[in-house]
Design a binder for this molecule. Sequence first.
Ligand code: ADP
Ligand code: MG
Length: 399
Amino acid sequence: MKKNIASVDVSGKKVFVRVDFNVPIEDGKITDDRRIRSALPTIKSIIDRGGKAILASHLGRPEGTGYEAEFTLAPAAKRLGELLGKPVGFPSQDAIDAASDAAVAAMNNGDVLLLENVRFHKAEKKGDAAFAAKLAHGADVYVNDAFGTCHRPEASMVAVPKSMTGKPKVVGFLVEKEVKFLSGAISAPTKPFVVVLGGAKVSDKMACIDNLLPKADHIIIGGAMAYTFLRALGKKVGSSRVEEDRIADAKKTLDLAAKLKCELHLPVDHVCNTQFSEHGDIEVFDGDIKDGYMGLDIGPKTQTKYALLIAKAKTVVWNGPMGVFEMSPFAVGTKSVARAMVDATKKGATTIVGGGDSAAAVEQMHLAEGFSHVSTGGGASLEMLEGKKFESVELLDNA
Ligand code: ADP
Ligand code: MG
């Protein structure tokens, strides 16, 4: 357990908080503010106790050669101000220039300030120590509440806390909650433990499967990744997305699952189309997929089978949609898994959604409230399920 910001006296202190405000923005408008809302408990805990909250985040992938309007955090500062009901300072187009320094120096107790996108400096990605020392702005306390970035050893995640020798370095409420759910699920899951995996690429999820095989009772597979496994079993998958160079790995995983007595379930029927589109000739195939057709969602029999397995579970972890949920004819499988998990939650199961697209799908279906936990970190949650440790969390003070 890492020390939490709640147990640090922050009154009158400068508290550097690494948040993850990397939110989707279209035409200057934030389309999903979940990551900002998720940071509120930490920010409020600091300012309500008279601390000065200096927030830092990245947004998108700018060049790293200075300000770019497309990647400004200005909309996030505005949204945070609305959510807090008080002004949020946003001093400059550069997180470490004189204007930022002056704004930090002028803060009163209880103030909140957001520095501009830290990735406007190449030094952020490089984890540069000199940049980190400037970015810290002489803060007295370091808080990591940026779960979505915890798997990245960038300057604001690692070099900043390292530069603050002898000062408290702690987790915020969001990181604490994410780590508790994700590491709890894999280290001591209440059984039966069911893992649901889907999404675009089997290669993205191989390490996750291998780590969870010894722990899970059932691994349920959907999405495009199912077709590489079905090919490994010699099934006909038409023009479905297959990663040819991973068929051998899929075979090994199937063998390992059998040896470990972990049941690995693959779709038995498929919603298919002649093209990657909502239009065309949509047909359901039982078993083999006809030539010229590609699987874009799990079929009705598979949906029922998976829902029954989820209904019996006491712990469910889900990463990756069951089909191309962005197109409504292929969203049914993802929706049925989500509904089964919501029902399981009501019956006392612990249900966790990780993965950026899966979390977005759940939000889009207005079902997020029905899960025990919906992670704010796509890549970070997947790496936790792979069993990796994060330097950005490890280096923090123990409770
Ligand atoms: P997550 O972000 O939840 O980890 P991924 O990024 O691995 O999920 O995969 C999400 C993508 O997988 C979605 O954009 C979805 O359209 C795609 N996908 C799911 N099933 C299929 C399929 N059968 N064929 C092609 N793409 C698929
Ligand atoms: Mg994704």
